[in-house]
Design a protein around this ligand. Structure first.
Ligand code: ADP
Ligand code: ADP
Length: 223
């Protein structure tokens, strides 16, 4: 059974724009799906609906094996902008999701260190966001998204603003993280290269109104 299923989701915004029209898809546990398509085809809207940040106008998102639970803490979200708190150091930024769940800093120490090590920031726990490069800020954002041990990682064009080398490294690190953690990933991108490189399955979207128009399984050897 899938981790989650999107069933006939339509989203019409208050201004009358239909961002998504009867979109259905499912995601297996541990699977990486990329959403590929031009600007305005509804990728971000679909991601926000998966995250429970936006409600669909019609249709729903279901989690078949745990229908009765609140899934928000099982989801890590990475935005295109790293959205770190500038007044807090890297470790405190990563702590935030735990803190919001009432877990004190003293009890979170090991978990924070583990997540920083996973993204290669173990030596930067005490650094402030302004001291980090763009790629390192993104790594800190990923560490923060992993700190609740999500089963699903949602990434909204996370590497779009980075230089090619940082992007290249982050793509490889994301593949490794996915293997290590076994979490499912939905990754939004404009890049055909990136979509194929990262995905088990590419969903191609088209605008006016937003819909999934093709699905491509990628089964190239990974090693
Ligand atoms: P993408 O991520 O593929 O660029 P979006 O999901 O951001 O696409 O947007 C899909 C469509 O919905 C676009 O036409 C966009 O202008 C519109 N849209 C997105 N968010 C809103 C909103 N909050 N209110 C009104 N229209 C929106
Ligand atoms: P070219 O170098 O001819 O542009 P490539 O297929 O090597 O063609 O790369 C296409 C684009 O994808 C380029 O912008 C490149 O910098 C980028 N790219 C290449 N490898 C990676 C990677 N592992 N992760 C992210 N982007 C990459």
């Amino acid at each position: 059974i899938p981790l989650l299923a999107v069933n006939g989701v339509t989203k019409v915004f208050a201004n009358g724009v239909t961002a998504l029209s009867r979109v259905s898809m499912s995601l297996a546990a541990g699977e990486c799906v990329t959403l590929l398509g031009p600007s305005g085809c509804g990728k971000s809207t679909l991601l926000r609906i998966l995250a429970g940040l936006t409600a669909p106008t019609e249709g729903d998102v279901s989690w078949p094996d745990r229908a009765d639970r609140d899934h928000r803490h099982e989801i890590g979200f990475v935005f295109q902008e790293p959205t770190l708190m500038p007044w807090a150091d890297v470790a405190d930024n990563v702590w935030l999701p735990l803190r919001l769940r009432g877990i004190p800093r003293s009890k979170a120490k090991e978990r924070i260190e583990e997540c920083l090590a996973r993204v290669g920031l173990e030596d930067f726990a005490g650094a402030y966001p302004r001291e980090l490069s763009g790629g390192m800020k993104m790594r800190a954002s990923i560490a923060r998204a992993l700190v609740l041990r999500p089963r699903l990682l949602l990434m909204d064009e996370p590497f779009g603003a980075l230089d090619e080398i940082a992007r290249f490294r982050l793509n490889d690190d994301l593949l490794r993280l996915k293997r290590e953690l076994g979490c499912a990933v939905v990754f939004v991108t404009h890049s055909v290269f990136e979509s194929v490189y990262l995905a088990d399955r590419v969903l191609v979207m088209s605008p006016r109104p937003g819909a999934i128009v093709a699905e491509v399984a990628v089964d190239a050897p990974r090693e």
